[in-house]
Design a protein around this ligand. Structure first.
Ligand SMILES: *Cc1c(COP(=O)(O)O)cnc(C)c1O
Length: 370
């Protein structure tokens, strides 16, 4: 008999019995979108949970990136990382801006602050780093560089829901941070996202931008977009928020079992927890080097034969897609570490409801591969 299928992730689902009364309430109210009751509640609950002052809900995690660049009136060139999900660079392109790729740190996969300055030109106006796998970027060094060169900083924090440094939200850094609440993420509203900023007037402007630019019935203050979160997903999001801490605790436990089970396997490197960071264990990447018995792609295929679907996040690099590969900064010689990580990485299944039996089976296959 074939093994049961284990995907790399599985969505955190709210209790259906709790969801149904909320749906009835939405039906009774007959208010489905446009800053409704549950939308307001979720915005407030997320601000409290995340420990941020100003957060605007969006309909996915890509539009907040696009909108952040609009709200900050970013022009010219934006320094970013090729080691991310394509949406990061796409958001720059959609604003008619030029992405400039900078290499990453081997240890974390995050943009290497020491390589940022060499990429700054007179046209550079912003930096868009990513907290890859939820590991915080070197926010202090990045801000120093940004201040020195008068650059805006927008963090793509799609992986960093609930991550804290010294008990403070990682979302406090930079001019803005974006979140994704896609079904595959640590916290989901099916599709959804948010934009965090640090100023009431800017939040107001962001709220206009995500509603076509409307500031009143007959007033349009800017060419906005439509990215409004609806009531059904807001209610769903309120329920999921109640169980996300438990889900993160389960992820932590799974990460500990993986680390213990794979620590003596030659040729596998894993991420370590960083001191004073509350991690969210969003992913469990392993990096396969020459000392491992087979190649990364062979391991990926072997796991697939066992119906275990790992994912190569992030391979291919964004800089190797057709849309971007002709940029000067996309040259692999400019991005040796990002290319190395893309060739080595394999994310193992990681989600709150992964069973011990399945985790040990995965460890067994990965550690006895010949
Ligand atoms: C998921 C993700 C996004 C996009 O979010 P969506 O909600 O899918 O639009 C952006 N950046 C990163 C790094 C992501 O992982």
């Amino acid at each position: 008999m074939a093994d049961k299928q284990i995907t790399v992730t599985s969505p955190l689902l709210p209790d259906l019995e709790e969801f149904i009364p909320m749906l009835r309430d939405i039906w009774d109210r007959k208010w489905l979108t446009n800053n409704g009751h549950y939308h307001k509640e979720l915005e407030k609950a997320l601000a409290d949970y995340l420990g941020v002052q100003y957060i605007s809900l969006f309909t996915n995690g890509t539009l907040p990136l696009i909108t952040a660049l609009q709200a900050l009136e970013v022009r010219g060139e934006v320094i970013t990382t090729p080691y991310s999900f394509v949406a990061t660079t796409h958001s720059i392109w959609w604003n008619g801006l030029k992405p400039v790729f900078v290499d990453v740190e081997e240890k974390t996969g995050n943009i290497d602050p020491e390589k940022i300055e060499a990429a700054i030109t007179p046209r550079t106006t912003a930096i868009m780093p990513v907290h890859v796998y939820g590991t915080p970027c070197d926010t202090k060094r990045i801000q120093e560089i940004a201040d020195q060169h008068h650059l805006k900083v927008i963090y793509d924090a799609a992986h960093a829901f609930g991550v804290q440094v010294n008990r403070e939200s990682v979302l406090k850094h930079g001019d803005m941070s974006t979140l994704s609440f896609h079904a595959t993420k640590v916290y989901n509203t099916i599709e959804g996202g948010a934009l965090v900023c640090h100023d009431e007037a800017i939040k107001k402007h962001i709220d206009y931008l995500k509603n076509f630019g409307f500031a009143g019935e007959t007033t349009v203050v800017a060419p906005g977009i439509n990215s409004k979160m609806d009531e059904i997903r807001s209610a769903y999001g309120l329920l999921n928020l109640k169980q996300v801490d438990k889900a993160i605790a389960q992820r932590k436990r799974i990460a500990e079992i993986y680390r213990q089970g794979l620590k003596d396997v030659a040729g596998i490197r894993m991420l370590e927890d960083v001191e004073n960071v509350r991690h969210n264990y969003a992913y469990f990447p392993i990096f396969i080097n020459e000392e491992y018995s087979i190649s990364r792609d062979a391991l990926y295929a072997k796991l697939k034969e066992h119906n275990i679907l790992g994912r190569r996040y992030f391979y291919p690099l964004i800089s190797s897609f057709d849309s971007y590969k002709n940029l000067d900064s996309a040259n692999p010689a400019n991005l040796p570490i990002a290319n190395k990580l893309a060739d080595q990485v394999l994310c193992l299944p990681m989600f709150a409801t992964l069973t011990d039996e399945d985790i040990y089976r995965i460890i067994d296959i990965v550690s006895t591969m010949k």
